[in-house]
Design a protein around this ligand. Structure first.
Ligand code: ADP
Ligand code: MG
Length: 417
């Protein structure tokens, strides 16, 4: 069970939110809602609590306040900015007036952002943005990996940038480095992680794809196999690139931000935040992603955003946080729903969770009502027409359509008697 995790986020007069409070659960959190409801903004809000370097990505007001409550090494902490800290002088132009600590709470130490480096350095969440395609890059050999201090600084200062795809990440270099180092004595944990990753890679892909790493040749191009065919990293289809890049990002972060002895992925704790986890992934793939990730990283807390009903249907109790667009004038108080969505079908999730009221659904209701009205007045022609309209928009095996067709056949039969 995760010991280091994010408990809550509080935002006041931050971006479009007047007030937002969210509670998170220790393991998996899916933030779900329609486009533009503020999912990415929630992740950006968390990223701002740890570093002031990317405030230009958001708009603030004089009385803005924002903080994240977390548990770190069994201690409760609150990190962020209290009111009257930021001077917003216009679009992309903010300055810091004062490093005010967030409001105090009994039993919880308040830490202002400029103290993160001294008091909370090792709590370093990973932000993965929606940009996940792998562009070609030639690798010339092993590259020395940055020391711990530098890595911690880099991750904590680029959180917001990574969310918006403005922070380059080099997955391929990570792979090539592993090729050079995994058989060395000094790379014990890296070796364990590498084989752990290779073992689990196929479980994250569609079940018949046999996604696997094959080798890295003399030209330093990692080669993979999917559906029995070998291909280069950049040739993998978008879905495979997305999964590979999420995985390698997490491994790289675990290995780069912990002391020796704490780098084994299967034991590592911490928080990974991923924007649009479903991006580029075929539905079949989305069903297995949640379990795949928590099998590989059992003690990591995940906070991911999605608008995919397929992904949500893999959620367990207390994992789905439902966001609406502008409820009660942008005042939100959210926590994971106690429902388990795994028994729901995607239509139900779309309409109940995502608030989708598609035209098709309204048409469906209208045509069904019309068909029953025609039966009521015993109009064969009217029913035929209603069925014709319905056939156009619904699934061929729709149960109501089947009933209506049978009814139509019997009406035609009796009228011919
Ligand atoms: N930097 C910003 N400052 C103020 N408001 C913003 C900013 N970025 C986004 N917003 C507002 O937040 C809304 C939701 O954006 P976003 O969090 O990206 O939604 P989602 O990820 O759910 O699609 C946008 O429609 C916009 O009104
Ligand atoms: Mg978004």
């Amino acid at each position: 069970m995760a010991t280091d995790y994010i408990e809550k986020l509080h935002l006041r007069n931050f971006r479009q939110f007047k007030l937002l409070d969210i509670e998170f659960s220790k393991q998996f959190n899916f933030i779900a809602g329609p486009n533009g409801c503020g999912k990415t903004s929630v992740l950006a809000g968390i990223s701002h609590c740890f570093h002031h370097g990317s405030f230009q990505y958001s708009r603030f007001q004089d009385d803005s306040e924002f903080w994240t409550d977390l548990t770190f090494s069994d201690e409760k902490r609150r990190v962020g900015m209290g009111r009257d800290s930021i001077n917003d002088q216009g679009y992309r132009n903010q300055s810091i007036k004062a490093w005010n600590k967030p409001e105090a709470e009994q039993g919880r130490e308040s830490i202002s952002i400029n103290e993160v480096n001294s008091k909370l350095k090792e709590f370093c969440p990973l932000f993965i943005g929606a940009q996940r395609n792998i562009k070609y890059q030639q690798i010339n050999g092993m590259q020395r990996e940055q020391p711990l201090e530098q890595k911690l600084n880099q991750y904590v200062s680029t959180g917001t940038k990574s969310l918006y795809g403005d922070q380059p990440s080099n997955i391929k270099q990570w792979f090539v480095n592993r090729y050079f180092m995994i058989d060395k004595d000094w790379a014990k944990e890296e070796r364990e992680n590498w084989y752990h990753m290779l073992e689990f890679l196929p479980t994250l892909a569609p079940f018949n794809s046999s996604f696997s790493y094959v080798r890295t040749g003399k030209e330093l191009e990692p080669i993979f196999s999917i559906y029995g065919e070998e291909c280069y990293m950049e040739e993998l289809s978008a879905g495979f690139q997305a999964v590979l890049s999420i995985l390698a990002n997490i491994f790289e972060w675990i290995e780069g931000t912990r002391k020796e002895g704490f780098r084994v992925a299967s034991k590592a704790t911490g928080t990974v935040l991923i924007d649009e986890l479903d991006l580029h992934l075929h539905p079949e793939w989305q069903f297995s992603l949640r379990d795949g990730l928590s099998n590989i990283f059992p003690n990591i807390q995940f906070i991911v955003t999605t608008h995919s009903p397929h992904l949500l249907s893999s959620a367990k109790e207390n994992e789905v946080i439902i966001m609406d667009r502008n409820p009660n004038e942008n005042v939100y108080s959210l926590k994971p729903s106690t429902k388990r969505f795994s028994g729901w079908n995607t239509d139900q999730i779309l309409s109940e969770v995502m608030g989708v009221m598609s035209l098709e659904n309204k048409d469906y209701e209208k045509f069904v009502t019309d068909a029953f009205d025609q039966i009521e007045v015993r109009s064969i022609e009217g029913l035929k027409h209603a069925i014709y309209k319905l056939t156009d928009i619904c699934h061929p095996n729709d149960s109501i359509l089947t009933v209506l067709n049978a009814k139509y056949a019997s009406m035609v039969a009796t009228s011919n008697d």
